[in-house]
Design a protein around this ligand. Structure first.
Ligand code: ZN
Length: 94
C-alpha cells in the first residue's frame, strides 16, 4: 500500500477549491457582496459551498441606497420602507 498515493489525490481537490474560491471572490466582488467572506467560504468545501453561494446571491435581491433618505432599500421594493419615497432602483435586480 502506497502512502503517497492519497496525497497526490488531494492536489486536484486543492486546485478545484482554489478555482472555486477565486471564482466566488470575483463574482462576489462584481455583485457587491462581501468578497473576502465568500471567497474564504468557497475555499472550505466543494461543491456544496458553491451551491450555497449561488442560492444566497441569486435568491436575495440586490439593494441600493434610497434617493431620498440614503438607507439601503431592496431593489424589489417599489417604495422605500424607511421614508416612503418611490424606489428609483425598483426592477433593477439583475
Ligand atoms: Zn428612503
Amino acid at each position: 500500500m502506497k502512502e503517497s498515493f492519497s496525497y497526490w489525490m488531494l492536489i486536484p481537490l486543492f486546485i478545484l477549491l482554489f478555482t472555486q474560491g477565486a471564482w466566488i471572490f470575483n463574482d462576489a466582488s462584481k455583485r457587491g457582496h462581501n468578497k473576502w467572506l465568500w471567497g474564504l467560504f468557497g475555499l472550505l468545501n466543494v461543491p456544496s459551498n458553491l451551491i450555497v453561494y449561488l442560492i444566497v446571491t441569486r435568491a436575495v435581491p440586490k439593494s441600493g441606497p434610497c434617493q431620498d433618505c440614503g438607507k439601503k432599500v431592496r431593489n424589489d421594493y417599489r417604495y422605500c420602507p424607511h421614508c416612503g419615497v418611490s424606489n428609483s432602483n425598483f426592477g433593477k435586480n439583475k
